[in-house]
Design a protein around this ligand. Structure first.
Ligand SMILES: *Cc1c(COP(=O)(O)O)cnc(C)c1O
Length: 388
């Protein structure tokens, strides 16, 4: 049978067809895959499951296409979908046992940071933190007892420090430490951590991978079929934290425009970062794409085709001034989350609470795919009012 799949296409083209498995399904040969909702599969007269599936919890065909596409996008050997980004992240970290050492960054997705701290305390996992983007600090954290797992988030939410994945994995692998990277913000359009040495990539697929603010999902992709990976797969199938068929299908639909969306967001974010950096009402801009950003050199080596659609801006006049600007923006909707087609703003510190390291005057911007001119006009109005 001749395949509809062409192996030699660039990922940006292949993603659009979302046919990573190369089969447009008979008998109708639909241009998009069907939604697989069945929970169970019928045996033939000899008792054989000719479709190779027993039960949907651990082997739903709804996952075949999106998992195959994610595996290819990240250059891994296997991928697993989860019902949220947090479910994906915690699926990795929950494999640690009492006495294991876990190394995490100081700045990371807030809910995960809180969960990791509680988990480590309850399970007697030794937790060591390093300063984002500092290899000296990371080296110090990895010294002593060899760590079981190093967690990296780059660029890190909400101040977008960049960690050098090649250098960090070299350090970690010297002592046999596995490396997992939360690459939600970079996306495979800008960074492919497995090719830089990481062992596992994690995504909140709720964000750029789906990109339309209508699915909560997560994903893991692995460089090797390691014993840790087998444990994660087994835990998903039997623990039962699985994504619904419709959500998997919506995610696949969102993925088809990943390159288009992410490139547009990143190009606009770069324009907006330059605009904000020159504005008199602005204290500072955090964006690794700015040549003046302390993480720009590493970002320029590690990220290609842009620096992502996320940036943060600190407003002169403190928390109250930042609050005023957020309230005056119209096109940027004030809401949490990121990575979707519409632009969002969030006054971040109050969301993270009293223990946060996030500056009180910081607004986090998730740049969507509107015309950049319209977004800059919106910011101009809101910032000019704030000076008055
Ligand atoms: C949103 C997010 C998560 C958590 O993902 P959910 O899908 O909300 O569970 C983890 N890491 C980063 C960087 C995120 O932005």
């Amino acid at each position: 049978m001749s395949s509809d799949h062409q192996d030699d296409l660039p990922l940006s083209t292949e993603t659009i067809t979302a046919q990573a498995l190369g089969h447009i399904a008979p008998p109708f040969r639909e241009i998009v895959p069907p939604i697989h909702v069945a929970t169970t599969y019928v045996r033939n007269e000899d008792g054989v499951l000719t479709g190779g599936r027993l039960y949907a919890r651990d082997a739903s065909p709804a996952y075949d296409q999106p998992e195959a596409l994610l595996r290819e996008l990240e250059g891994g050997v296997d991928a697993l979908l989860f019902p949220s980004g947090m479910a994906a992240a915690t699926a990795v970290i929950q494999c640690l046992r009492a006495g294991d050492k876990l190394v995490v960054p100081q700045v990371m997705y807030w809910a995960l940071r809180g969960w990791v701290r509680r988990f480590a305390e309850e399970r007697q996992v030794e937790l060591v933190e390093y300063e984002n983007g500092s290899l000296d600090s990371l080296r110090a954290a990895l010294t002593g007892t060899p760590a079981r797992l190093l967690w990296i988030e780059t660029p890190a939410n909400p101040t977008w420090e960049v960690t050098d994945i090649i250098a960090a994995t070299c350090l970690a692998h010297e002592t046999g430490t596995l490396v997992a990277v939360d690459s939600t913000v970079a996306t495979p359009v800008h960074t492919r951590p497995l090719e830089l040495g990481a062992d596992i990539v994690m995504h909140s697929a709720t964000k750029y991978l789906n990109g339309h603010s209508d699915v909560v999902a997560g994903a893991l992709i692995t460089r090797e079929q390691s014993s840790l990976w087998q444990q994660i797969r087994l835990n998903r199938g039997t623990g039962g934290a699985i994504l619904g068929a419709f959500e998997a299908w919506l995610l696949l639909r969102g993925l088809r425009t990943l390159f288009l969306r992410v490139r547009a967001s990143s190009a606009s974010a770069a324009q907006i970062a330059h605009f904000l950096a020159a504005h008199p009402a602005v204290e500072a801009v955090h964006y690794p794409g700015l040549a003046t950003d302390p993480h720009h050199a590493v970002a320029a080596r590690q990220m290609h085709d842009g620096f992502g659609g996320m940036l943060s801006v600190r407003i002169k006049g403190g928390a109250a001034a930042a609050r005023r600007v957020a309230g005056r923006l119209k096109l940027f909707k004030e809401a949490t989350s990121l990575g979707s087609v519409e632009s969002l703003v969030e006054h971040r510190a109050p969301v993270e609470g009293p223990e946060t390291r996030c500056p009180p005057d910081l607004l986090r911007l998730s740049v969507g795919i509107e015309q950049p001119r319209d977004l800059i006009d919106d910011l101009t109005r809101a910032l000019d009012d704030s000076c008055a």
